[in-house]
Design a protein around this ligand. Structure first.
Ligand SMILES: [Zn+2]
Length: 296
């Protein structure tokens, strides 16, 4: 039996891509990891790979993000976010050809009614673990990359005439929020929301002000998210009649029937695309990676 391999095409485009070291590394990892046939167990479609565990890949968050954006912009990959981490899909076979096996007979409906071995998923998924590790911060360590990224995101959303805060001070302020227990996605949600709020967009004029009023803003946003959730009273989990977990999101199928899902039984194909998730994403400017982890 032949050992599995992937093809690297000898083309100018390949050579050009190699010159950007980090993007090349990430592209190679995606090609190496990508599922050829898709995986129901891990919720992957053909050509898709988990990439959210940037620390395992020896990348900083900012380098990983930049490389991912570049690959997306150059048309090599598309990405989607799930509550088990970011998934990249290799959509260009001009450089790496992994011989993707198209299986179009597997429709969305079939995929959602199939029942994967859930326990297996939970114990073998490394991405979830990574997210949790990221939230656990050591006392006394220097601001991590995500602090700088978040601080920059805040600055970009400030009104004109903002008070300038240098990068280190701004990252330090964000670091304090994280140490107090704010999650990265929660901060992102507040960043996405405050600049569109008639009151906060006028009073938040610096990163310091953002940090000062963070708790109040987070509380208000949490109430808004809760209001969205209660507007659609959840039904029982449609995946398994015996499931008693609280449902978190719903989707309509081709026949207009509403399907409710708990976090465990959420169908991977529509993950993060259910009606409630969409409403929350819109409220937070599409900035959050994990709408289900918000404000719980
Ligand atoms: Zn369920």
């Amino acid at each position: 039996m032949v050992e599995p391999y992937i093809m690297l095409m000898r083309k100018p485009k390949s050579f050009e891509s190699m010159l950007d070291a980090t993007a090349w590394k990430l592209l190679s990892i995606i090609a190496f990891r990508a599922s050829r046939t898709g995986s129901t167990v891990y919720g992957l479609e053909p050509g898709e790979a988990f990439v959210g565990d940037y620390k395992n890949l020896k990348l900083t968050r900012s380098k990983y993000r930049t490389a991912l954006k570049k690959l997306e912009k150059r048309g090599f990959i598309t990405t989607r976010t799930t509550n088990r981490g970011t998934i990249a899909k290799l959509v260009d076979s001009e450089v790496y050809d992994i011989n993707i096996e198209a299986n179009n007979h597997q429709t969305d409906h079939q995929a959602t009614t199939r029942r994967p071995s859930d326990d297996h998923q939970v114990t073998t998924n490394n991405n979830d673990k990574n997210v949790k590790n990221e939230k656990k911060r050591e006392e006394g360590s220097a601001p991590a990359d995500d602090c700088f990224v978040l601080a920059k995101m805040i600055k970009q959303r400030l009104p004109a005439g903002q008070t300038e805060t240098d990068a280190d001070t701004a990252a330090g302020l964000v670091d304090k929020l994280l140490r107090r227990g704010a999650a990265v996605d929660e901060i992102k949600a507040v960043i996405g929301w405050f600049a569109d709020d008639p009151f906060w967009r006028r009073s938040i004029t610096s990163v310091a002000k953002f940090a000062e009023h963070y708790d109040t803003m987070a509380r208000q946003l949490a109430a808004k998210i809760e209001a969205i959730r209660t507007r659609f009273p959840p039904g029982p989990c449609s995946r398994d009649r015996n499931c008693t977990r609280p449902t978190i999101d719903y989707e309509h199928d081709d026949y207009g029937k509403r399907w409710w899902w708990c976090q465990k039984h959420y169908p991977f194909k529509v993950e993060g695309k259910g009606r409630l998730a969409k409403a929350i994403r819109e409220l937070t400017g599409n900035m959050v990676d994990d709408v289900y982890g918000l404000f719980k």
